[in-house]
Design a protein around this ligand. Structure first.
Ligand SMILES: [Zn+2]
Length: 209
């Protein structure tokens, strides 16, 4: 066992010495498999993937009759009013909703080599000239962060499937209730997804704390 550990360590050192500036992953051959963060900095706001769906002060937004608080399906990221929001990848806008409480929501459908993926952006306004059916390229600014006062932030989620009405959900119950499927359903950790699909070079933009 000890010999095995030594061999692994030695192997890692060999890699470091042989290729100190080598990229960490091979370049994806399909541009549809490359994604980036929608904002240049990626600093978490109050809620992350799987957090209880509450305001920053802990007030629950929605709960099942059983009292279970819904769970947040996206990543909330610190943003400023009017800040440009970029498409996470090449795709097509497949929906735009306006909600009195949550402002605008946008869904973009991406065709990756492992199937369709939907990226979801809440608390934004579409820029003029964009609407359902618009094609966007990765990094293209298509929306601005909406003014939600002290609650202003970007909610970003990744729905790992093709479009269906639940792709709009910002949170889901911990176990099925009120006709909604249980968290996480087809949502996956948005920050981890982007990190796993960043372009190889230049180095990943943004920061994560
Ligand atoms: Zn959110």
């Amino acid at each position: 066992m000890i010999r095995g550990v030594v061999a692994v360590v030695f192997g890692a050192l060999q890699v470091l010495v042989a290729a100190p500036v080598a990229p960490s992953a091979p370049a994806p051959s399909n541009p549809g498999d490359v994604f980036e963060f929608p904002l240049p900095t990626w600093t978490p706001h109050c809620l992350g993937f799987g957090s209880k769906w509450t305001y920053c002060n802990g007030t629950a937004l929605r709960a099942c009759a059983s009292g279970e608080v819904w769970l947040h399906t996206g990543a909330d990221v610190i943003a400023t009013v009017g800040q440009p929001v970029a498409a996470a990848g090449d795709g097509v806008i497949v929906g735009y909703l306006i909600d009195q409480t949550f402002r605008g929501g946008v869904l973009i459908r991406h065709q990756t080599s492992s199937g369709a993926v939907i990226t979801q952006y809440w608390h934004v306004w579409l820029k003029s000239g964009y609407g359902t059916g618009s094609r966007v390229k990765r990094g293209e600014v298509f929306a601005d962060v909406a003014d939600m006062g002290t609650l202003t932030h970007l909610h970003f989620a990744v729905f790992n499937a093709d479009y269906e009405p639940h792709a709009w959900n910002g949170a889901l119950p911990p176990s099925a209730c009120s006709g909604f499927p249980a968290f996480p359903y087809k949502f996956i950790d948005a920050t981890a997804f982007i990190e796993a699909h960043l372009p190889v070079a230049p180095l990943p933009r943004g920061t994560r704390i």
